[in-house]
Design a protein around this ligand. Sequence first.
Ligand code: KIV
Length: 280
Amino acid sequence: MSEKTPPYAEQKKTKQSKVRIGHLLKMKEEGRKWAMLTSYDMYTAQLFEKAGIPVLLIGDSAANNVLGYETSLPVTVDELLPLVRAVARSTERPLIIADLPFGSYQASPEQCFHTSVRFMKEGLAHAVKLEGGFEMIPQVKKLSSSGIPVMAHIGFTPQSEHQLSGYKVQGKEGGGACLVELAEAFEEAGAFALLVEMVPAHVGASISNAVKIPVVGIGAGSQCDAQVLVWQDMAGLRTGKLPRFVKQYADLNSVLTSAVNSYIEEVENGAFPCTEHEFD
Ligand code: KIV
């Protein structure tokens, strides 16, 4: 990386153009890393945009981070669409990627196309993401040949959690080479980027070196071209046992808990509202 090139988040302060997939390819060529986050609503989307996040994912993780489901499996297209639209409507610059929910694309390339078109037209997304292995190559070909940028999610794929017997690191031993082949096949089929989840760090590095398209890692080591986290994990809104790959940069849970406790106390003891909050 050239010493003169400022980090991506700094550049946003001077250049306000929309982030395109071409920019992400160029950053890979230049060896410049970038950070991606999930977002599901207006305030976080605007805050993340202002901070310089170039790519926002409206993940199917909305299921277990917003909608109260236990896993990402139950969320439907109709439930996810308004969240995608909210994020897209509230931002100008980031690339907006909509996750295709479980069951909305696996049946055929045509099903995948029609679901993706809904996310582009009704959700105003710029790209979509799907999970899977070699069986998803026809879907990726159909989307990329129809003008729909598609990110392929490989490694641990949460929508297959039951098939994979739970949350387990993928690509150990011989599996790493297979994931590199899969990554190359998705690149060849027209995917604009890959998301690689929960693989050994050396496998994340091999995948990133094998393809020209950007590789976004989550639990895939430091050699990936970009990193993604679910925002509630990153900001510490979520409590309880966290996956090893999560780093918490704040403790929003404590901040909010303390705010709510103060509010309750002040309402109960009459300290709120006081004259400054009252109308004459
Ligand atoms: O839905 C999601 O949040 C994801 C994560 C891996 C980022 O796909």
